[in-house]
Design a protein around this ligand. Sequence first.
Ligand code: G3H
Ligand code: 13P
Ligand code: ZN
Length: 330
Amino acid sequence: MVSYKELGLVNTKDLFKKAIEGKYAIPAFNFNNMEQLQAIIQACVDSKSPVILQVSSGARKYANQTLLRYMAQGAVEYAKELGLNIPIVLHLDHGDSFELCKNCIDSGFSSVMIDGSHLPYEENVALTRKVVEYAHAHDVTVEGELGVLAGVEDEVSHEHHTYTQPEEVEDFVKRTGVDSLAISIGTSHGANKFTPAQCTKDANGILVPPPLRFDILEEIEKRIPGFPIVLHGASSVPQEYVATINKYGGSLKDSIGIPEDQLRKAAVSAVCKVNIDSDGRLAMTAAIREVFYTKPGEFDARKYLGPARDELKKLYQHKTESVLGSAGKA
Ligand code: G3H
Ligand code: 13P
Ligand code: ZN
């Protein structure tokens, strides 16, 4: 049993309180390897932002759960070495069972998500409550979810959004004791969040997706004032990355994300955690494809992972400084 406190990590409690009061959101970036982690820490130290490091079940399988935990511990020391002891949370993304959440809590995670959103309501309440009881006994914070995002998630695909029902949130939060709530208001996972047919064109011919359901968010805020809300599926899918990927041999079609102005609007509300994974995947892939295409003789991994890391750092710093408003809040 390792407590996150021994590793220099923090839970989300204080961070979310300050984020709601200060009208900004904390970035939650997924990581699976060293370069992603280096870029996240470099960007957040440079912009003086608190950060949530997210580990999915897929990341645990890919990189090894023990290694990832030690990497997060290393990230705390790395940030200090870079000059600023920023608050760092180690969070389980989309935990699907009590056992997985317990395992993470026992091995040094400071926050877990129990995603019972696909379950019937009462089962979601019971599972989430069970995780909260164990987590709170260890001062670990818990994110629950109500409503289902469209798109692909852990190989399960949902064609349509099931928006969060505001009538359920008060009861869910009270009975489960969760510390934050992920909601469904029109975001989705992955790089294909909307089809072109769902979008309109602006004066410059750029596709504009339908707005998020801020009416639902406002209704939720009325029912649980000041309660921390989480937005999953919040990548913006920068079109310059899509263009670079396709220019250098890739084939991404209909890749459309959440416009940044929508995320800025969300960040000033009770949304205090914004999940971003796909944008990092696009930044890395664009940088690596460019090296492979323009320097076909290159075979030193540092020569393509290095540029990928630099591009990731730029992306993450942009998110903290220009989208979420978390820069300067560490
Ligand atoms: O919400 C899912 C995250 O983007 C993690 O994706 O399960 O492929 O690691 P993954
Ligand atoms: P994106 O696929 O939009 O980056 O969402 C990531 C996410 O929600 C991780 O939980
Ligand atoms: Zn998610």
